[in-house]
Design a protein around this ligand. Structure first.
Ligand code: B3K
Ligand code: ZN
Length: 856
């Protein structure tokens, strides 16, 4: 399959002003008639019209009402000798009932749904399926009325009526010009929750959330999230909702999280449905963030869209940054930042160090769907955050205003965004643009020198990028503060250093005694930072740093060093050593719950994850790493049993469940204590866990007990798993949790369990959520996946899935990304597994691109 390059971009040869679509939906086939008002792009030399299409059965093609000669390939339709302006009319037949890719128009349990980003619209009709072709759409749907009572498309309802044979129709019009990837329609049997939002200027927006019948009581949280998002965007960015109707439709079969189609978002049920007994605190918070994310796209993505798919981070990085800020304002800013960085280190850093490394704006791709990555999204958001750090919150807001003033209604590039920021702030972003063009995580090596005589403290910072071939230095904002021995910030030392060179020195004068530097506060740049901290310095920062991120970071550094040393010891056949000072620091942390907040303490007690730790090793021995981390958990449990038990009792719930961040923090800490206690695996703690599992009035506590038991070999584990399934087998999203705790388990027989579960009625390889819960989650299980049998199993499943849904198969194939970090024996088996996928007959270009990169 061909590689597509950013440098080859050319403007479209034709433009489409208006699109009229007519869908006749029926079981077995849907007919799509398209009427496109087109004209030649005057800026481009005359050439034939080449339309995109995929799996379309072409019934007729006419220009200005006359049949015309045309030629087709499986993916193009070409017409030559066209006038400067004309009307193109095409009729095609498609088969949404058999569309297992879930791209384009497809059938799910309760009706028909669409997913067009990135290139799904071409699976619906012949079109110029590229984001810089923007049109206004009028859409008519016809379907059986009893089976599909709800007929929706983007924009505003225009008219509707009845037809013969119990059918009905509805017409919608979207007054905003949009690219085809934002098109959506729904025909289904759905219940709706309705409300309104009053905008700052006094307009009323009609809100609706549509879900499968019987689930309306799981919608109020998402509705509230939508209203809060609308208000927040007015207050923070002065952005008002431009629509009369804003609809969200939830569907159980969906490749990703959600989709920002103009005025008609389509969501994975996972990010809509919530009720205290079926959704956890994390689910509630994720719903807030995803609802906000899709709403925020209405400005950052829809009103101003991408010129081409290489610019994806223009909308995604910016919109993730916006949803992060919304989440921080709504919940807990401290732990929000900690979790963002934890996620970045678990997924994006490994990606950026592996075969799929790419800049936030890739220079090339084979399949664009492979680039909806943690790099484009999460690192992209870090890049936007750095822009705000460099020019300040007010400067950033002025830059946003300027961006919309210049580009509203346009399809633009990342340069256009940064240029608006530069114009509004006067800051020179020339060097900063390297963040858009170079892959890899920069490494900072920091040394310090203190001269008592002169009172001068000097930080010497070197940057290097292990991935970038040209390795130009980045502009890196480094927030720092210096602490004295008493744990106080030395006056005036709190600042943002701008690193621009490969090697640079920064001086601090008037310093009385050697300070402790707190570097990269609030994680001011997405880099790996090395500084030879002593355990004493880290303990001081953990106890006294007022920036919660760096206090947490100090604890993570302490724990990482210990676990990595213990990994080496275990691999060499020795027993790990756990210093008393670390236990003391953890004990003190447990006592600061009142001042620092339970949520913070829970984060600080959570050891770095195995995949994050693995990145620090040249060759990973997953068994030794796993044993080392578990050993430290068990050691903490033994040493602090009384403290954990006391805190567990003291944090018992008072009153009914609310998903507030305060209460969620208490639950997080209490459940962290429970999980530590279960490391002791005594009958008493097992009973305690089972008791919590059975008596909890909310899914957070019930699931936390189940998850802790699932890591422990005991009969209570099997009892809880059986009871959980028995109780929740009819709630699809809860069944996903049941699958995930089993595939993520550290128990030695996890692979056998996962294999068995692929044949369980709860599993369905055609449903992405099930694949992610059972198979991809297994692939993230460092100790259990990285075995010859684990590799062979996921290779087999990837091939099986590829025949149905290449986008999801390709995400599964990414479990192999880091195979070269393991020992030679493992590498041999991983290579065989990857080659077996590559050599599979009819492999999709989605999976082929991933596997070729991994092997290459
Ligand atoms: N824009 C969509 C992602 C579409 C993915 C296509 N493979 C969701 C989002 O980022 O809001
Ligand atoms: Zn997005």
């Amino acid at each position: 399959p061909p590689t597509i390059y950013l440098k080859d971009y050319t403007a479209p040869a034709y433009l489409v002003d208006t699109v009229d679509l007519d869908f006749v939906i029926a079981t077995g086939a849907t007919t799509v008639s398209a009427t496109l008002a087109m004209r030649r792009n005057p800026a481009v030399a005359a050439q034939p019209l080449v339309l995109d299409g995929e799996e379309l059965e072409t019934l007729s093609v006419a220009v200005d009402g006359e049949k015309v000669p045309f030629s087709t390939t499986p993916t193009t339709l070409t017409i030559a000798d066209l006038p400067d302006a004309f009307t193109l009319h095409t009729v095609v037949r498609i088969d949404p009932d058999r569309n297992t890719r879930l791209s384009g128009l497809y059938r799910s349990k309760d009706g028909y749904f669409t997913q067009c980003e990135a290139q799904g619209f071409r699976r619906i009709t012949w079109f110029l399926d590229r984001p810089d072709v923007m049109s206004t759409y009028t859409v008519t749907l016809h379907a059986d009325k009893a089976t599909y009572p709800v007929l929706l498309a983007n924009g505003n309802p225009v008219a509707s009526g009845e037809e013969a044979d119990g059918r009905h129709w509805a017409t919608w019009n979207d007054p905003f010009r949009k690219p085809a990837y934002l098109f959506a329609l729904v025909a289904g049997k759905l219940d709706g929750l309705f409300d309104t939002f009053q905008t700052a200027s006094g307009r009323s927006v009609q809100l609706a959330i549509y879900v499968e019948p019987g689930k309306l009581d799981q919608c109020p949280h998402a509705m509230a999230a939508l209203q809060k998002s609308m208000k927040w965007d007015e207050e923070r960015f002065g952005l008002e909702c431009d629509l009369d109707h804003y609809m969200i439709v939830a569907v159980g079969d969906f490749n990703m999280g959600a989709m920002e189609n103009k005025g008609l978002n389509i969501f994975n049920t996972k990010y809509v449905l919530a009720r205290a007994d079926v959704a956890t605190d994390v689910d509630f918070e994720n719903i807030d963030r995803v609802v906000a994310h899709e709403y925020f796209h209405n400005w950052t993505g829809n009103r101003v869209t991408c010129r081409d798919w290489f610019q994806l981070s223009l909308k995604e990085g910016l919109t993730v940054f916006r949803d992060q800020e919304f989440g921080a304002d709504l919940h807990n800013r401290q732990t929000a930042r900690i979790r963002e960085v934890r996620g970045l280190r678990a997924a994006q850093f490994p990606e950026d160090a592996g075969p799929m490394a790419h800049p936030i704006r890739p220079a090339s791709f084979v399949e664009i769907n492979n680039f909806y990555t943690s790099t484009v999204y999460e690192k992209g958001a870090e890049v936007i955050r750095m822009i705000q750090t460099l020019i300040g919150r007010d400067g950033f807001r002025a830059g946003m205003d300027e961006y919309f003033r210049r580009h509203d209604g346009q399809a633009v590039t990342c340069e256009d965004f940064v240029a608006a920021m530069a114009a509004a702030s006067g800051f020179d972003f020339t060097q900063f643009m390297r963040w858009y063009n170079q892959p890899g995580t920069p490494h900072l090596a920091v040394d310090s020198v203190f001269e008592a005589k002169t009172g001068r403290y000097t930080l010497h910072i070197k940057q290097s990028n292990p991935r970038a071939s040209d390795n130009h230095p980045y502009l890196i904002p480094i927030r720092i503060a210096l602490f004295d021995a008493g744990g106080q910030i030395i006056a005036g030392s709190d600042r943002t250093l701008l690193l621009t060179e490969n090697s640079q020195q920064f001086h601090f004068d008037g310093i009385a005694a050697e300070p402790v530097p707190s570097l990269l506060r609030d994680f001011s740049a997405p880099v790996v930072l090395d500084y030879a901290y002593t355990p004493q310095q880290l303990t001081l920062l953990l106890a006294h740093e007022s920036d919660p991120f760096n206090a947490w970071e100090a604890g993570q550094r302490l724990a990482s060093t210990l676990i990595l040393d213990a990994t080496a010891a275990i691999a060499a056949g020795q027993a790990p050593v756990w210093p008393a000072s670390f236990v003391d620091a953890a004990r003190r942390l447990l006592q600061t719950q009142a001042e620092r907040g339970a949520a913070f303490v829970a984060e600080a007690l959570t050891l770095p994850g195995e995949s994050t730790l693995a990145e620090a090793l040249d060759i990973v021995d997953p068994d030794a790493l796993h044993a080392a981390r578990n050993s430290l958990r068990r050691h903490l449990a033994e040493q602090l049993e009384g403290e954990f038990a006391g805190l567990y009792a003291g944090l018992a719930p008072h009153g009914a469940y609310t998903p507030s961040s305060e209460e969620a923090g208490r639950r997080a800490l209490r459940n962290t204590c429970l999980a530590y206690l279960l490391e002791l695996n005594t009958p008493a703690v097992r009973q305690l866990a089972l008791q919590q599992f059975r008596s909890a009035d909310n899914m957070t506590d019930q699931f936390a007990a189940l998850a802790a038991l699932a890591q422990t070999e005991c009969t209570e584990r099997e009892t809880a798993l059986a009871e959980f399934y028995q109780r929740w087998q009819h709630e699809a999203l809860v069944v996903d949790k049941w699958l995930a705790v089993q595939s993520g388990s550290r128990l030695p027989d996890t692979l056998a369990t996962v294999k068995r579960l692929t044949g369980h009625p709860a599993f369905d390889i055609g449903n992405p959520n099930k694949v992610y819960a059972l198979l991809r989650n297994f692939g993230a299980n460092l100790a259990r996946f990285h075995t010859p049998a684990g590799y062979a199993f996921l290779a087999e499943q990837t091939q099986l899935l590829d025949g149905k849904n290449p986008q999801v198969a390709s995400r599964l194939a990414r479990c192999f990304d880091r195979w070269k970090k393991f020992d030679g024996e493992r590498q041999k088996h991983a290579r065989l597994a990857l080659e077996s996928i590559r050599d599979h007959q009819g492999l999709s270009r989605d999976v082929l691109e991933i596997v070729n990169r991994a092997l290459g």
